[in-house]
Ligand binder design. Sequence first.
Ligand code: GLU
Length: 423
Amino acid sequence: MVRVRFAPSPTGFLHIGSARTALFNWMVARAQGGKFILRIEDTDQVRSKTEFLEEILESMKWLGLTWDEYYKQSDRFDIYRQYAGKLLSEGKAYQDGAAVVLKVPQKSIKLYDLIRGEIVVDTKEIKDQVLMKSDGSPTYSFACVVDDALMEMTCIIRGEDHISNTPKQMLIYEALDFKIPKFAHLPLILDPEGGRMSKRAGATAVSEYRTQGFLPQAIVNYLMLLGWSPGNNQEKVSMASALKTFSIKKVNKAGAAFSFEKLQWLNSQYIREMDTARLAEALRPLVAARYPQADLQGADFERMVQLYKGRMNTLADFLDWTDYIFTDLVPFDPEAKAAHLTRDMGKEFDVLAQQLGAVDDFNAKTAEETFRSVVAGLGIEAGTLVHPVRVALTGRAVGPGLFDTMAVLGKERTIRRLKEGFH
Ligand code: GLU
């Protein structure tokens, strides 16, 4: 039975890189009918914070990375003390001041990494290892080994930044006569230029991506491609199909370049395929947070969502683009205004406003018919009027179809903006 774990320290938010580690462990468990264990490594009582723990749990749930067992190292100090005592009594560790330290024997350690192959380390490079600190708390490696062994982990999958810890931890397994699990160190995530991931390049908290309007399916899809590929250059990959072919042995050892653009593209694809009612549901809390007075329950809201669905890269785009609907002041883009509302279109606007005012059943179709008859009557090209009208109604030179926009704004506001926007 496969047993794998994700072991975050609640000393910071769930970072996009750690989320990839969690995901790969979760996928191994789910692909092989094994167990995925979440273990909180909160032995550092000063740096561990409840707010970080809550954010980590919330983000894991949001991503759909459900766990089968849950442990917290702060509940297990007695166990670590007991094993430190055992090593002391067997003479494998010694007391230094108040700390307990492991004697490191001279030997060479052979580690077989499922991704990187064989790694040999001479212990000459390893100092005696502190297991328990003088304040009575275990070190990361000691608690990690005791738990990985007692929790019967079959494979330790973690970031490459931990590779130097592995030989040290293997010495602890040996001293405790524990069976050594398999190891797999995931390649680092690099920025698009091949450098270390920075905040600017996208190395930020999962919750931050959530706030920016990314969908969990898109993030999960994106993260699974950081170091792994289902073959045939496929980029949009469903979890069900990924689980059929995913294997940790097929993960690349070269660093994986993070591309915010690709993540955005994937997100736009997931948004497009979402059912409009569900998308509206996902958008409601965001819109309500910015515009508490807005009525988001009616059919109008879903119509707006439908209008922008094919254009959004993130849910936040919807918020940025629909301000003209939810506020009464048209947020004019100065460039759009300068380019399209300069010439004197007062007369055309008046005629259009007047004709639209006479429409009984105001919708995209009747608005279009009215508009076409107005331009025909005035003897001008439709294009001459489309851009100025769009700017007057929305403040922008680009947007969804003009007549759909009118329908969403409604008759009264459309007419008011035609009268006010220009004069
Ligand atoms: N708590 C460690 C970390 O967050 C876990 C490392 C491991 O997976 O062993 O980096």
